[in-house]
Design a protein around this ligand. Structure first.
Ligand code: ADP
Ligand code: MG
Ligand code: ZN
Length: 475
């Protein structure tokens, strides 16, 4: 039996207005090679100047994951050649990154959580983009020099599920901090997946393969499935030493396979050396203090929800997974909806209906309207089942909740005398069963409730029917 060992390197693009070492804009989707200057083009003699905003965002991140923020860190040159890197080196951090030794917690459905260590987070510049045509390639340097924070995890994950939970948590933290758009499609949140296997019980780290540039959860899952299987087969076939080598692999979305891209350089092959054009980064006391000011983060919010609203651990984790969701939830409560119903009506019912480009921000049913609906369920005007019909209707019609209830005739019958009418008819028709009930066959109550609900065409308030039936039967 094998255990899978996974560690991630996540690159997030920091959402500064300008690049990390020059004042070119970082805007996405511009005409190729428009956002460039001598610094990010790497022209000889052009000098980099560090963008303090990128530093502040890195400090925020460090504090958010309980890491050490180093008062002094340094930039290094990582030397390699690639057409999208005109300088011939990337400015990055190596021996002393700005952030070191943190942690984050991933959440599971049963309410438990697991700690994933964060080794380090360092600042660096992004490269440009190569665009490959059939017989030639083009280079777009708009992205060159965009600030990145590379977040390196400990090899603490054991399967794709944990990887995805880690990425989602990290995503939500950087969104809460507002340090990155973290848009996976646009490449501002991308990840390299390092994976190895080992016999269960062994705590040694075996040779890892690094699967580069993954930006979709689905592909990460598939790439891991394939790569783990490949390593296990090699082990079992006795070809592990030959087939599993330290290398960079790419996931081919068409074949669903990972393929070798290049042998993995050891770090000394990059000839890292301190960047001579930049001073060490020395943080002032003021910056260190200022960097501790961070908003309420997902885990704290989660704990607060559990206490304040008495909801389950995992429900609280789902609600706080994004700020939009959390804010929506708090609006529902603010408008007077019950916490218990808000949880399901937001995280299950509304979320499940948001498709085809609809999100919480542009949802046809806003928090006020959903609260109106939940309140009608809370106060027994309609059943939960009817609520689903109302919500379906609200997704396509701009109309008030009470009007829909009226229009679709979904109001529950809740007043005692109407309910007794139904109950008496049913009991009258089933006098033999009434006798059996009175002689101790109490499970017949369910039968009576069912008959009453049926007679009311589902509109009777089930809990009131239950209550009134018991009264009638005991008299
Ligand atoms: P590099 O920058 O050269 O890729 P790092 O030392 O920064 O190397 O490690 C990269 C990532 O690989 C880290 O997330 C680490 O947890 C992970 N990792 C290291 N060894 C293993 C291993 N044997 N199996 C799985 N992941 C590993
Ligand atoms: Mg790496
Ligand atoms: Zn520039």
């Amino acid at each position: 039996m094998f255990e899978v060992v996974i560690g991630l390197e996540v690159h997030i693009q920091l959402n500064t207005k300008t690049k990390i070492f020059c004042s070119c804009p970082t805007s996405f989707g511009e005409e190729a090679n428009k956002n460039v200057c001598p610094v990010c083009l790497g022209l000889p003699g052009a000098l980099p100047v560090l963008n303090i905003e990128a530093v502040k965002k890195a400090i925020n991140f460090g504090n958010a994951v309980n890491a050490t923020v180093h008062k002094k860190s340094i930039f290094n040159r990582k030397n390699y050649f690639y057409p999208d890197l005109p300088k011939g080196y990337q400015i990055s951090q190596f021996e002393i990154p700005i952030v070191e030794g943190g942690e984050l917690f991933i959440d599971f459905e049963d309410g438990s959580s697991k700690r994933i260590g964060i080794t380090r987070a360092h600042l660096e510049e992004d490269a440009g983009k190569n665009i490959h045509e059939s017989s030639y390639s083009k280079v777009d340097l708009n992205r060159a020099g965009t600030p990145l924070l590379e977040i390196v995890s400990e090899p603490d994950m054991r399967n794709a599920d944990e990887v995805i939970r880690y990425l989602k948590k990290l995503h939500s933290i950087v969104r809460y901090l507002d340090i990155s758009d973290a848009n996976m499609q646009e490449g501002s949140f991308r990840c390299d997946v390092n994976v190895s296997i080992r016999p269960k019980g062994d705590d040694k780290l075996y040779t890892r393969a690094e699967i580069k540039n993954m930006n979709s959860f689905r592909f990460i899952q598939k790439a891991l499935d394939y790569e783990v299987q490949r390593q296990i087969e090699a082990w079992e076939d006795g070809t592990y030493e030959i087939d599993v080598v330290q290398e960079t692999r790419l996931f081919d979305v068409i074949s669903g396979e990972t393929v070798s891209m290049r042998g993995k350089e050891d770090s000394d092959e990059y000839r890292y050396f301190p960047e001579p054009d930049l001073l060490p980064v020395i943080l002032t006391e003021e910056m260190m203090e200022e960097g501790k000011k961070i908003p309420e983060l997902p885990d704290e919010k989660k704990e607060r929800y559990i206490k304040e609203y008495k909801i389950k651990e995992y429900d609280a984790a789902v609600l706080t997974s994004s700020l939009n969701m959390a804010n929506f939830f708090e609006n529902l409560i603010g408008y007077g909806a019950s916490a218990k119903n808000s949880v399901t009506w937001l995280s299950v019912e509304l979320q499940g209906r948001l498709k085809n480009g609809y999100t919480l921000e542009n949802s046809p049913v806003d928090s006020k309207k959903l609260a109106d609906l939940i309140i009608r369920i809370d106060d027994g005007t309609i059943s939960g089942k009817a609520g689903k019909e109302v919500l379906d209707y609200l997704m396509i019609h701009d109309i008030k909740v009470d009007e829909v209830i009226e229009k679709l005739g979904l109001k529950q019958v809740s007043n005692d005398s109407d309910l007794y009418d139904i109950i008496d008819t049913i009991l009258g028709k089933n006098s033999d069963k009434v006798n059996e009930y009175k002689n101790g066959k109490e499970k017949l109550l369910g039968f009576f409730v069912g008959q009453c609900m049926k007679a009311s065409k589902g509109k009777a308030n089930p809990s009131k029917i239950n209550q009134l039936l018991k009264k009638r039967l005991s008299s």
